[in-house]
Design a protein around this ligand. Sequence first.
Ligand SMILES: Nc1ncnc2c1ncn2[C@@H]1O[C@H](COP(=O)(O)OP(=O)(O)OP(=O)(O)O)[C@@H](O)[C@H]1O
Ligand SMILES: [Mg+2]
Length: 402
Amino acid sequence: MGVCLSARIKAESPSHTGVNSKCVSTDGKDASSLSSKGSSVSVPLTPRSEGEILQSPNLKSFSFSELRMATRNFRPDSVLGEGGFGSVFKGWIDEHSYAPAKAGTGMVIAVKRLNAESFQGHREWLAEVNYLGQFYHPHLVKLIGYCLEDEHRLLVYEFMPRGSLENHLFRRGSYFQPLSWNLRLKVALGAAKGLAFLHSAETKVIYRDFKTSNVLLDSNYNAKLSDFGLAKDGPTGDKSHVSTRVMGTYGYAAPEYLATGHLTAKSDVYSFGVVLLEMLSGQRAVDKNRPSGRHNLVEWARPYLTNKRKVFRVLDTRLESQYNLDAAHKMATLAFRCLSTEPKFRPTMAEVLKELEQLQDLREEGTCSSNGPRSRRRNVEDTPNAKGVASYPRPSDAPLYA
Ligand SMILES: Nc1ncnc2c1ncn2[C@@H]1O[C@H](COP(=O)(O)OP(=O)(O)OP(=O)(O)O)[C@@H](O)[C@H]1O
Ligand SMILES: [Mg+2]
């Protein structure tokens, strides 16, 4: 079995590069076959030199000592999370001058610091600055600035108080209560808006790393995409795909991309399908601790997704009776289509967005008929005192990092 050297597992297919694998097996052999383990204004993306990128007028260039002060010397107790790139720290800056501020005053930021031994390195750091520095969209996390000084590589983002979708779906314990059905729908919609924006004609970017840890939530559960280190410009002219080294995260990458290295916007749609399925089921895409035959969520769940009588087998039991069976079936069918092995059968993100909006509209209008044994109620947030609902977490009960 392979042992991966990074929390975020990436691999480069030997058929494309033959070198630089991010994942090695215990016997020292390459294990890069990825058999196991995320009102808009845009500026057209043009290839830019490093100098040009780093002079982006939208971004502040921080010194290392400023970020050290803002994070109180990268205090271990202010770590918000760890990824393949390094650790993410909470910090404070003055909202006008962006100078370091006393903890608890001014504006809260998240500072991502590249580990010296990180595999992802300067190239991804630069891709992140290049892409996020050029976009503004309500469903993309805002990059405030960066630090490039000697060997130091840091990124400074707006702070997302509710952390990642991964934590909300999979962390157990009183701190992380399960997300309600309505909040799952809201988060899916927000993330779909972010991806649809990236795929839109004026932007044409393939995100390549869509997964629950890269979907961050603000205090109102608005979803924003973070981590643009793997993003790529989409194909131009009459090209149907971009050929790249295979990189991504086990369990989320589309099968044709793994097999050929051919990357299209439909690869992101597949990853979106995996996340939608994780949201429906409350289970991770890949989990070796599940009984055999269930390690890979997509393979196990696929036969049930379009079957109205069996779909409940996939649905998260922690949702109890919150969902309407019609709506759950529609969402599962949408996930099924996103997960088509054949990319041409997958919907576009614009189509996904439309379907999720229709589900949201049905919920708001309350016109979804309740026709299943598990569908007693339509709208948790709208009926907080309904019988059987009170025990379910309300938005304010879920953790909000202050
Ligand atoms: N802007 C932010 N605000 C609040 N928390 C954040 C922010 N950015 C990242 N985090 C937290 O830090 C964690 C680590 O983020 P990071 O992007 O480095 O790694 P990851 O996405 O978990 O894994 P990978 O490196 O494999 O993509 C996130 O899962 C999230 O919990
Ligand atoms: Mg991330």
